[in-house]
Design a protein around this ligand. Sequence first.
Ligand code: AMP
Ligand code: MG
Length: 450
Amino acid sequence: VIPLDEARAFVLAACRPLRARPVRVDDALGCVVAEPVVAAEPVPPFRNTSRDGYALRSVDTAGATAAAPAQLRVVGTVMAGTAHDDDLKPGQSVRIMTGAPVPDGADAVVQLEDVETEDGGRTLVVPHPVRAGTAVRPTGGDVAVGDVVATTGTVLSPGHLGVLVNQGMTEVTVFPRPRVGVLSTGDEITSAPEPLLPGQIRDSNRHTLLALVRREGWEPVDLGVVGDDEVALVEVLTRAGTACDAVVTSGGVSVGDLDMVKVVLARCSAGTMRWMQVAIQPAKPFAFGTLSGTGTPVFGLPGNPVSAMVSFELFVRPAVRRLTGHQRVFRPTVPALADAEFSRRPDAKTHFVRALVRLDADGGWRVRPMAAQDSHQLWAMAESNALAILPDGDGARVGDRVGVLVLDPDRLVVDSETPFETLDDIGAPGWTSLERCPSPVGVAKLQVGR
Ligand code: AMP
Ligand code: MG
């Protein structure tokens, strides 16, 4: 039995970033930038206005009051997408719409709401001084030429894609999305929708693991199901080695008679495979090796559905993030206060407890365990949004600090966002309110606590 850190170090040492290549900007969301992007174009590309109004020379409005307003001649109109060719002379103004270039000579724009016109729009009446620079967006005020808009290691957000497009770019050099193959193994596993034969169970792992792959933004490759059959496993792993950048299998890495994955992986990985008993619960058995020939990393996850998902989180996610050039591969651990007891006994293992974490109205993290904690109880995993990390020992009491991995921030419960007008009519804020919360967190059937 080895510590989690040691197992992870072994896995991470074998995973290097994929070769960087240019991809279409529109395909690059979530990808990691592989070389710095330096701005060659200023943004905005020209001085323009942020208001609908009149461009003017601020000196012309000095000392203006409602009683003695500045009176300016309106010499033209400039819409977004057009330009006013002449310099603005003293005493002149130009009607201008948001986004249009501010004419040379003008140094401010007064908004429509603040002024009046006379003579059928030919005279502008400004009842107060307008400060230089008002409603004028300078050239390069967002991005100046020479700015490094994305450094190596930048994880591209939707906003970044726009920033790159503003540079006239159609492609950006990133670490590509890895193709991640997912294989289910086991003689009892079926993917057919028909009624189960005696002893059969349905293949849930392939679907949860493919979904986890997709959620990370990687390219899922469905490798199907194979039985506990040496020949078939060798064949599919060999094929997967060339088609995938990483392979994730489930089942067959425990100590049972037919746990063939570890046997086959040992054969296919030229002695690089390590079959491990990791000091964690769930997901104790784990195998990892790189295929001979291609060097493709193969993650042999345990078959129990919760174990497979936890093993994905603890091993596959950080390692494949390394393939994708991420500099931060581990999820941050959030410090939360236990809202209920986390009971466990010393067993020399770190427990990863399926849990619900929430942000209370004061912004504090609170966590409590799901009731169902066996490694086959996938439903509780599905309903949870976090794993609470319980180091070896006697667990945690109410109010104790517990480290939490927030697996699904979209399912985070935030008390201050409660959809109810007041919490008074449903009792104390917090867990009780969750049971009736119609939000997408889907807590109607939640089993929490003991
Ligand atoms: P194993 O790791 O092969 O010993 O499997 C451990 C447990 O997980 C057994 O109860 C298997 O039936 C179950 N299991 C294995 N593979 C899957 C799968 N693809 N989907 C659902 N359960 C599975
Ligand atoms: Mg099996």
